[in-house]
Design a protein around this ligand. Structure first.
Ligand code: FES
Ligand code: FE2
Length: 428
């Protein structure tokens, strides 16, 4: 009803109603916090996140609240991004033998990843169903069972609880009041794709097959399924780890664009310039990055890495660098593949893990290719270290209250904007 038509309308009454509305909203916010359901809009103003989703020429990037240390924001991000989405936690080749197991920690969530007797990778919550002891402390090779050190309850590699010593009193290892079959390890939904161990903690996402299809389809023009099976992780120059004193998102948004090449990677830029690159923006929005049309490895010596046998001849100089959100950066080339994945430790500390693969065991591990592998390793370590200084500098910049999330180049920053939009959309 229009207030002007109401005989009882008065400014005082109107104020009273507004006060009641405010109070209700305050109580609702308090109770939702008490329930553990903190709303992102309690921390970041809705209009700031809405701005991220505007067309690139008007948009601002994610606001400072998404980068600076704020416990409540971190809780929401862990739930919405790291529990509700498909996230990478490691590589299957790091536990090569049946029975190999290791503990992992995903932003404080303790997990076990292991290889079963059927040669399958499985992920479990690393917590005993008895009194909650963290079962596995160190990487190991399990002979028979995973035994909890506290009271020796034991689980087989399929997660089944198989032994409960003295559960029913001395020397009685069973009890009619306790059903072992219902108290195994809690399995985490997982999937292995190209050696990446992916998990979806909340078990709420679409299947990984469906999730990855747009990127798989894109790369089917380079890779046949058979070629993909040839990748082998190099044991000597196939891994390095960098520590980034910054929020994990900076690594992804920097990886998405080639705009910074001339200034941050002058070496790389001497033969692969900005103008040799093109943007990649996956739809539906799950990945973004860039590609080059002049990939041509320049290593000392005459020998070259073998290429994927079915890589098309007219695409030998194309390489693509794609960030698969939230925490994976991939590099695909005719002669090697890498996975550069992020392990966020807390809001301002991130471990970056580089895993390098070649086309078969010979280039990956034989003596013949060792010096080549070393050169390639040095190349990528150098490039990623150059980016490290940049992303740590961005973290410092975010302490400025004057920064509004930033303005994008409407032409050069599209893939980075794509990632910001993905975050802004998924936080809600
Ligand atoms: S907490 Fe694991 S056996 Fe008791
Ligand atoms: Fe870079």
């Amino acid at each position: 009803m229009d207030p002007g038509e109401c005989p009882e309308f008065s400014i005082a009454r109107c104020r009273k109603y507004i006060a009641i509305l405010y109070e209700n909203a305050r109580i609702f916010t308090m109770s939702s916090k008490a329930n553990g359901h903190i709303n992102i809009y309690d921390i970041v103003k809705k209009e700031k996140l809405d701005f991220v989703n505007k067309p690139i020429s008007e948009a601002h990037g994610l606001p400072n609240e998404c980068y600076n240390n704020n416990k409540e924001y971190s809780k929401i991000e862990r739930k919405k991004i790291f529990e509700d989405k498909w996230v990478m936690i490691g590589v299957a080749s790091s536990i090569p033998k049946m029975g190999d197991a290791k503990p992992l920690d995903l932003l404080g969530i303790p997990l076990i990843v292991l290889r079963t007797e059927k040669n399958k990778i499985k992920v479990y919550h690393n917590v005993c169903s008895h009194r909650g002891y963290k079962i596995l402390q160190n990487k190991c090779s399990i002979k028979n069972v995973l035994r909890c050190p506290y009271h020796s309850w034991s689980y087989n590699l399929e997660g089944k609880l198989v032994a409960t010593p003295h559960l029913g009193g001395m020397d009685k290892h069973e009890s009619k009041d306790f059903d072992k079959s219902k108290n195994g390890l809690k399995e985490v939904r997982s999937y292995v794709w190209l050696d990446m161990i992916m998990v979806n903690i909340s078990n709420n996402e679409i299947s990984f097959d469906e999730y990855i299809k747009p990127l798989k389809d894109r790369w089917s023009k380079f890779w046949t399924e058979n070629d993909q099976k040839l990748i082998i992780h190099s044991k000597d120059f196939g891994y390095f780890k960098l520590t980034a004193k910054c929020n994990w998102k900076f690594a992804i948004e920097n990886y998405c664009e080639s705009y910074h090449l001339p200034w941050v990677h002058p070496g790389l830029n001497s033969y692969s310039k900005i103008s040799d690159h093109y943007h990649i923006e996956g739809l539906p929005n799950r990945f973004a990055g860039q590609g080059t049309v002049v990939y041509n490895p320049r290593f000392k010596g005459k020998i070259k890495f073998p290429c994927f046998p079915n890589w098309p001849k007219d695409k030998l100089n194309i390489a693509e660098y794609v960030a698969l959100f939230p925490n994976i950066m991939l590099g695909i080339h005719k002669d090697h593949f890498y996975i550069y994945w992020l392990e966020p430790i807390n809001h301002t500390l991130t471990f970056e893990h580089m895993e390098i693969y070649y086309v078969g065991n010979n280039p990956a591990n034989s003596k013949k290719y060792k010096t080549l592998r070393k050169q390639n390793y040095k190349l990528w370590k150098g490039v990623q270290s150059e980016d490290l200084n940049i992303i740590e500098g961005m973290q410092e910049g975010r302490n400025s209250p004057s920064y509004n999330g930033g303005n994008f180049s409407p032409v050069m920053d599209n893939p980075t904007h794509h990632f910001h939009k993905w975050i802004a959309t998924n936080l809600v």
